[in-house]
Design a protein around this ligand. Structure first.
Ligand code: AMP
Ligand code: MG
Length: 282
């Protein structure tokens, strides 16, 4: 059964891997601004959900950062600081959107490139969860790279206890969170990064500037689906503690924990009131 869920996730991975020239996403990039591309249901579904979610994050979440993220090179084994002129040149091509037409879609302008790294993991988790649900598995957690979704409960009357990674101590926990049947996703500046001249550069980009977002160090979101949690964690990371908590206050179906550095460089956090009782600091 687990095999079947893993196969479901593997299939999506292959379908979406931007590097593979045969993937749905590579075809969309190739045909940008020119022709519609017929897409598998799974791809269409993810892109439509991503487009809807994007609107609610007011610019913090952008699935079209491909031209900018390619410059940073976090998908390669040699990331580095790009030329700021190159970033400025790439930014305009991140401002377009997708046009949908029945089972096809097209990137609005030539030169646009998708980067669905902020949402694809969550969507893959959700698909694996549906596979296991269809197989009538009673209780489980599906996890991919730190983003997870629970189903059922571990024991009668018990909740799942989820560890939140410590953003500055590799392998250690910052705290734990008890959840029922929910999804939990974390975006952090410690997941993919390099340090140059004492400054940290990481893979979550502020779409306004094209440079790594620096308002916080980690954002965890609890939501119903893992697609929502994944996208929201990336978006809240970009928004930072103030704007992020304000967004959460207006979206009661989401809860979050945002860890940031105060002016003295000390770790602090803000948490949704609805999570306070289920959160335990380590
Ligand atoms: P996550 O680990 O879920 O926060 O996603 C980070 C990944 O999403 C990066 O590796 C990029 O592929 C992509 N990404 C970076 N910045 C953004 C952003 N502001 N909005 C959407 N996706 C992003
Ligand atoms: Mg994400």
């Amino acid at each position: 059964m687990v095999d079947r869920a893993l196969t479901a996730m593997d299939n999506l991975d292959q379908l979406w891997r931007a590097h593979s020239e045969h993937s749905d996403l590579a075809a969309l990039n190739r045909n940008a601004g020119e022709t519609f591309t017929r897409l598998r249901y799974e791809t269409l579904n993810m892109l439509q959900k991503g487009t809807e979610l994007e609107e609610s994050f007011g610019g913090a979440f952008n699935m079209f950062l491909g031209p900018v993220t390619a410059l940073w090179g976090f998908q390669t084994d040699r990331p580095g600081i790009p030329d700021s002129a190159a970033i400025a040149e790439a930014l305009p091509s991140t401002k377009g959107g997708l046009v949908f037409s029945s089972d096809s879609a097209m990137l609005e302008f030539p030169g646009m490139k998708l980067d669905v790294g902020g949402i694809a993991k969550g969507e893959a988790v959700d698909m694996a969860v549906f596979t296991l649900m269809n197989l009538k598995v009673e209780a489980f957690i599906v996890e991919a790279g730190g983003d997870l979704r629970t189903f059922g409960l571990p024991k009668e009357g018990k909740q799942w206890r989820i560890g939140i990674a410590h953003p500055r101590k590799p392998g250690a926990l910052y705290g734990t969170l008890k959840v029922g049947q929910r999804s939990v996703a974390t975006s952090g500046d410690y997941q993919q990064f390099f340090i140059e001249d004492g400054k940290r550069y990481h893979h979550i980009i502020d779409p306004e500037t094209g440079w790594p977002a620096d308002r916080c160090v980690s954002a965890t979101v609890v939501a119903q689906t893992c697609t929502e949690a994944d996208a929201a964690a990336t978006a809240l990371f970009v928004m930072g503690p103030e704007k992020g908590m304000e967004w959460l206050a207006h979206h009661s179906e989401y809860q979050g924990l945002i860890i940031y550095l105060d002016q003295k460089g000390k770790l602090k956090h803000k948490i949704s009131p609805a999570l306070e009782d289920s959160f335990k600091l380590r």
